[in-house]
Design a protein around this ligand. Structure first.
Ligand SMILES: C[S@@+](CC[C@H](N)C(=O)[O-])C[C@H]1O[C@@H](n2cnc3c(N)ncnc32)[C@H](O)[C@@H]1O
Length: 389
């Protein structure tokens, strides 16, 4: 196994628990195949553990925090630990079972939908070990009927991996019926975006139940209806759900039917266009939910992304009724909570609107945040109330 050394004075972050070593922090970039397992040392030869090496990626090494062989026992141990947390959280029905670095399994995501698993691999090291991982998953999680790899995420390309979607084990049905916070959901692992459903917003959706009774709700970027369905369950009067994806909307309609919610309307539109139109028609909404896709996929997108968040939040604020609520979210890891908050406050001030924050959320606990790695925190979610003056 090749030894790799970190440059002098570049190991502080790693020693404090961060798992990524960047190419400019290594003494040399050895010519090894992507995904090779290497031994990592400080410049004075202190062993820091094994890691996945990738000469094509800016993240040259992903540390595994172990000195033991990377074999089936390693994965059985790590996946069992990850599963134990989800058992404590009591969400083993529909849940993220493995959240990459936060479960010390860099580049591996495993989501469980009933008896089916949907996985995403975004590091060459994990890709090389795919068969061992599947074996470990089947041994640790009982009664799994099918596993699909939804390897369609951008980070894969940065690791030199191809994009694909493949059934890796058993069969994947067209529809899986599951439930979230007491709402029946039909999930299609084959047709959906990401791994099947945006599980990370689960706790934030629960909060939406508490404020939605007897009001009208506009759920923007609704995908399969997650927030809107929660508002319907809470007894909202009227709900309109907007998304640009026809596939997502047809799933959302199916979900409304399954729950016998008849007061939700689904509209296929670009959200900004829809909001502008509502403004010209002088409509008012008691609750507007904004849950757009990540506007900043990388650091270079941050400036444009801020403009995007400013635009949709500005439009939404103008459509709020007196004392209306704005539930606004950003899943861009490159936009910090401070920047997101100040963007919203800046727009509110320009419109002479006073907002008060009544809820601050993040990703649900089955997407844990590694304290030593800010990169594992990505979801911002705030609910504000407009104060009538
Ligand atoms: C983060 S997901 C929303 C998740 C959803 N709120 C939920 O609770 O599951 C973002 C959604 O935005 C949709 N989308 C992307 N660009 C859009 C646009 N310009 N206008 C409307 N919808 C858009 C995608 O189809 C996707 O469903």
């Amino acid at each position: 196994m090749e030894n790799i050394h970190i440059k002098r004075n570049h190991d502080k972050r790693i020693k404090s628990g961060h798992l990524w070593i960047f190419s400019n922090e290594l003494e040399a970039i050895p010519e090894l195949p992507a995904g090779s397992i290497v031994e990592i040392y400080t410049s004075d030869n202190t062993f820091l553990g094994l890691g996945f090496y990738n000469p094509h990626s800016l993240i040259s090494v992903r540390l595994l925090k172990t000195n033991k062989e990377i074999n089936i026992d390693f994965f059985l141990d790590r996946i069992s630990n990850a599963l134990n947390l989800r058992k404590i959280l009591n969400n083993t029905g529909m849940s993220r079972i493995v959240f990459g670095e936060s479960d010390l399994l860099p580049g591996l995501i495993v989501d469980k939908y009933g008896e089916y698993l949907s996985i995403q691999i975004s590091s060459a090291g994990m890709e090389n070990l795919k068969d061992v991982i599947i074996d470990a998953l089947l041994r640790v999680i009982p009664n799994i009927k099918g596993i699909i790899a939804k390897n369609n995420s951008k980070p894969r390309e940065l690791e030199g991996l191809t994009l694909d979607e493949t059934v890796l084990f058993g069969e994947i049905p067209d529809e899986i019926i599951t439930n979230e916070n007491g709402i029946i959901l039909s999930i299609s692992l084959k047709q959906s975006q990401k791994t099947g459903y945006f599980i990370d917003q689960s706790n934030n959706r629960k909060f939406i139940i508490s404020i939605s009774k007897n009001i009208n709700v506009l759920d923007c970027y609704c995908n399969q209806g997650g927030f809107g369905l929660h508002a319907a369950k809470a007894g909202a009067k009227e709900i309109i759900c907007v998304d640009s994806s026809d596939t997502a909307l047809s799933k959302a309609r199916r979900n409304a039917e399954l729950n016998n919610f008849s007061n939700i309307r689904f509209v296929q539109s670009d959200v900004a266009d829809y909001l502008k139109n509502e403004l010209t028609e002088n409509r008012k909404w008691d609750l507007i939910i904004l849950d757009p896709p990540a506007f900043a996929k990388s650091k270079k997108d941050v400036k444009t992304a801020i403009k995007g968040y400013a635009k949709i939040n500005r439009l939404a604020m103008q459509l709020l009724s007196e004392s209306g609520f704005l539930a606004t979210s950003s899943c861009s890891q490159h936009i910090s909570e401070e920047v997101f908050l100040s963007t919203i406050q800046f727009e509110a001030a320009k419109l002479n609107i006073q907002l008060r924050q009544i809820f601050r959320g993040t990703q649900s606990p089955d997407h844990p945040i590694l304290a030593s790695m800010p990169e594992t925190k990505y979801l911002k979610f705030f609910v504000f109330q407009k104060i009538s003056i």
